[in-house]
Design a protein around this ligand. Structure first.
Ligand code: CTP
Ligand code: MG
Length: 206
């Protein structure tokens, strides 16, 4: 009698466990897709700056102590190209957000204008601040700064977006999404920079 009950429970619990595992995996996949989608307007500016960069440096050649304020690697044109690319991409993603959401079966974010601005301009600002720190620590243009190189734009774009579009930010950037962003970003950054280097678009692979 007792044995029968136990074995019935066991046969029932197997498919339940399997479906729970599938649900958990789906939740992780959803988080990764949302994190990637939400960060795209912050990811693309750095690459667009490489393509559109050149011309007058932001610091106009000024120095602070022995080193340049920012260096020749931070130009007005590159910065404008980066912010524009981020804003345009946010616009395109917003147009497709509803359709993509219904295909995927879960919602991906449409970007409010201020959220798009926070992500795109924050990414460029983070990059500029990173160069400022590199010059203050004696690093020449193009020198690597592991950690800072990979996360500079996250560190500035997320708080700036939280400031400019608070409700939007906290709707989409839940703690698990932020965790995925912090893990995923360095991986994507290293990969895309390596590709840009191999294609001859970038002078260094970082
Ligand atoms: N770029 C630009 N303006 C920016 C960012 C980048 O013009 N705001 C262009 C520059 O041509 C730069 C290239 O993109 O050389 C690569 O960017 P990055 O690696 O950020 O600059 P570095 O040249 O490595 O300079 P730094 O050491 O200051 O990061
Ligand atoms: Mg560099």
């Amino acid at each position: 009698m007792c044995n029968t009950t136990v074995s019935e429970d066991e046969t029932e619990s197997l498919p339940v466990k399997a479906s729970q595992r599938i649900a958990a995996n789906m939740a992780v996949l959803e988080t990764v897709v949302i994190a990637f989608w939400a960060m795209l307007p912050a990811y693309v500016p750095n690459n667009a700056a490489v393509l559109g960069g050149g011309g007058r440096p932001i610091d106009g050649g000024r120095t602070l102590g022995d080193a340049r304020l920012l260096g020749d690697g931070k130009t007005w044109r590159g910065t404008a190209a980066g912010i524009t690319a981020g804003l345009v991409l946010a616009g395109v993603l917003t147009v497709f957000a509803d359709d993509v959401s219904s295909v995927l079966g879960f919602a991906v974010p449409a970007f409010e204008p201020l959220a798009a601005l926070g992500l795109a301009a924050g990414a460029m600002l983070g990059d500029v601040l990173a160069s400022f720190l590199k010059r203050r620590t004696g690093r020449q243009r193009g020198a690597m700064f592991p950690g800072l190189d990979q996360l500079d734009f996250v560190v500035v774009s997320l708080p700036l977006t939280a400031l400019l579009a608070t409700e939007w930010f906290f709707t989409w950037f839940t703690w698990d999404v932020i965790l995925v962003v912090v893990v995923l970003t360095p991986i994507l950054h290293v990969t895309t920079n390596m590709i840009a280097y191999k294609l001859g678009l970038k002078n260094e692979p970082w």
